[in-house]
Design a protein around this ligand. Structure first.
Ligand code: URA
Length: 223
């Protein structure tokens, strides 16, 4: 079960592994946990078509048990390649197994809902929706935590901008050639400055309202 959703989304959601129904249908989170996940996303508001959803392991572990370390390791290259191709800004992990894949020292009871940085991306661990179905207190935590997703997205823009600025500085150090027209270093041309999207008010379309075409264009560096 490879996963499903938008290949150009900034958000990658990673669960644990497919259950019986997911294995049968070849789609992630199609059961009761999936319904809760949809409800949680709707509060942001997002639909599952606007994110990409996958799992740490790609096949259903027998008897729905937790995936074993060797099973996680066997699926690791697959997940790594997905991450490379999807290139999300924010990785949302659902549950302990998924969080540990990126944050081995993490504790889900302490780290859920924290906006963390992992290799130039935002890591945003949440409880697994199945845990929320079993425990109303965890469901309330999930409902509270998911509301921070827009903040996580803004934080990811901040990282991207920092990286851009660092890249520019490196380029300048490597080639301090002045701009021929203005005779100024190339980073000081009259082009629009790099704006901090992170400062944008919540109502701005950071999460949605972008067509796939626009998203694709942005990924190709046209914005
Ligand atoms: N639980 C998961 O972790 N992943 C799914 O796809 C379904 C249930």
């Amino acid at each position: 079960m490879p996963g499903s959703g938008s290949a150009t989304s900034k958000i990658l959601i990673i669960g644990e592994g497919p259950g019986f129904n997911e294995d049968q249908q070849g789609l992630p989170f199609v059961g009761r946990s999936g319904k809760l996940l949809d409800e949680l996303l709707a509060t942001v508001p997002l639909s599952r078509d606007e994110v990409f959803i996958t799992n740490v392991v790609k096949c259903r572990p027998p008897d729905n048990r937790d995936p074993l370390p060797n099973e996680v390791a066997a699926c690791r290259p697959y997940l790594e390649r997905q991450l490379e191709l999807l290139d999300p800004k924010v990785i949302v992990t659902l549950g302990r197994v998924s969080m540990l894949r990126y944050y081995p020292k993490g504790k889900i009871s302490e780290d859920h809902g924290k906006i963390l940085e992992w290799e130039g991306r935002i890591l945003f661990p949440l409880y697994h929706p199945a845990a929320g179905l079993r425990n109303p207190a965890i469901k309330r935590e999930l409902q509270k935590d998911v509301l921070k997703l827009p903040e996580a997205l803004r934080a990811s823009t901040r990282i991207s901008n920092t990286n851009l600025i660092e890249q520019e500085e490196n380029n300048e150090e490597e080639s301090p050639e002045p701009n021929k027209e203005t005779n100024r270093p190339s980073s000081q041309t009259d082009e629009a400055p790099i704006t901090n999207e992170a400062e944008a008010p919540l109502s701005e379309p950071l999460l949605t309202n972008e067509t796939n075409k626009e998203q694709g264009d942005r990924q190709l560096g046209m914005f």
